[in-house]
Ligand binder design. Structure first.
Ligand SMILES: Cc1cc2nc3c(=O)[nH]c(=O)nc-3n(C[C@H](O)[C@H](O)[C@H](O)COP(=O)(O)O)c2cc1C
Length: 369
């Protein structure tokens, strides 16, 4: 059985994190993942989208057993209680992924304060709801609130510089997210093969764990993460294309049907984003080259400088996914899409990956003469 420090720290069976994939609902996926023995993560940013992208919000509240008119904190409370109810008998472990970028900071506090309150009011929940995972922003300043409330704190970064900042901020587990990864990616691209060992070498020690993200999707890549010194692997695209995943069927099929060189990078609403390659996303990449060339040159723009027609195009394309309109849809996914050829149940997927990784790691010693 494969075990790592990540398993010991948060009580999961296998050293795998099912990635948060906001703003889309992961509410059912998280339950299936937690019950399969990995860390299940609820994305939370869908709750911020009631006015701007109500189709995303509606799908979120429906899978949260909440109501369209509930306020943000109530939706959050309902989804936490639902997840707890559905994982507790199987010993599932889960957490929340909360974006902490400047534009959404006010909402991030609501999410995290609600999480702390709900867990305090339901002491048994502490055995299952163990992690707050922050993303897309500065980790500095969150330690007292998150760790003070007894959560394990995970933060994701795309660089060694970011990992050093996490360490200073007191993060328990640093996720090194390579450029292969699905959707949000960094302005200055570094892939997992370089980033993960570099982050491990710089920050991993007895108090700080490191997890790889970006391109991990099977037993081979899980074994590779562990061999590179990581304590586990986070997977987004792989879990997206599963039976229980909340993503629209055309999105899941888009991942499964994709082939060689399946993705491209173009402007997303929080910066560069990786999309499945389609005529629609190729058009978006062309527009990005014209209107936001910084995406390809590593020069960030923001909402005060960007041509908003790019953001509008993205919003329309995501709305099209929810309408099942394949032609107009843009679907985010990682480079791993080209290696994903099936849509299994989450538990079968996890068992298969862990078995494959075990076999590889056992055989690896035979390579040493
Ligand atoms: C559709 C989609 C949405 C995502 N949204 C978020 C998000 O809101 N916050 C975040 O931290 N990461 C987000 N990610 C990145 C994942 O958390 C994860 O790091 C990434 O998928 C790992 O790479 P992989 O796709 O190769 O597994 C998203 C990924 C996908 C595919």
């Amino acid at each position: 059985m494969i075990k790592s420090r990540l398993c010991d720290l948060i009580g999961i069976k296998y050293p795998i994190i099912q990635a948060g994939m906001g703003p889309f609902s992961n509410n059912n996926l998280c339950v299936a993942s937690a019950n399969a023995g990995v860390l299940g993560l609820l994305s939370t940013s869908g709750v911020f989208n009631k006015d701007d992208q109500p189709w995303i919000y509606k799908a979120f509240v429906e899978t949260a057993e909440a109501n369209f008119d509930d306020d943000m904190a109530t939706v959050m409370e309902k989804v936490l209680k639902r997840t707890y109810r559905l994982v507790k008998d199987k010993g599932g472990i889960f957490g929340i992924n909360v974006m902490v970028s400047t534009e959404v900071l006010k909402h991030s506090h609501v999410m995290i304060d609600t999480a702390i309150r709900v867990r305090e009011e339901n002491p048994d929940m502490k055995k299952h709801f163990k992690v707050i995972f922050t993303s897309a922003g500065d980790p500095m300043g969150w330690k007292d609130k998150i760790k003070g409330a007894g959560f394990t704190w995970i933060h994701v970064v795309p660089s060694v510089k970011g990992a050093i900042r996490c360490k200073k901020a007191g993060v328990d587990v640093i996720v090194a997210s390579g450029h292969e990864g699905g959707f949000h990616t960094s302005w200055e691209p570094v892939h997992s093969m370089i980033l993960l060992p570099a982050v491990v070498e710089t920050v991993s020690d007895k108090d700080t764990l490191v997890v790889g993200a970006g391109g991990f999707c099977d037993g081979k890549t899980l074994a590779a993460a562990l061999v590179m010194g990581a304590d586990g692997a986070q997977m987004g695209t792989r879990f997206l294309a599963t039976q229980e995943s909340d993503f629209h069927q055309i999105w899941k099929e888009g991942v499964v049907e994709s082939d060689d060189r399946a993705t491209l990078v173009a402007r997303g609403f929080v910066g560069p984003a990786r999309w499945l390659k389609t005529p629609r996303s190729s058009e978006h990449a062309k527009n990005t080259l014209q209107k936001s060339p910084g995406v390809f040159l590593g020069a960030p723009d923001d909402y005060s400088t960007i041509d908003m027609s790019l953001i509008q195009y993205e919003i329309e394309s995501i709305k099209a996914v929810f309408e099942g309109n394949k032609e107009k849809a843009m679907m985010a996914a990682g480079e791993a899409a080209q290696r994903i050829k099936d849509m299994p149940k989450v538990n079968d997927l996890v068992q298969q990956m862990v078995k494959e990784a075990e076999g590889i790691l056992r055989n690896a010693s035979k390579l040493v003469a």
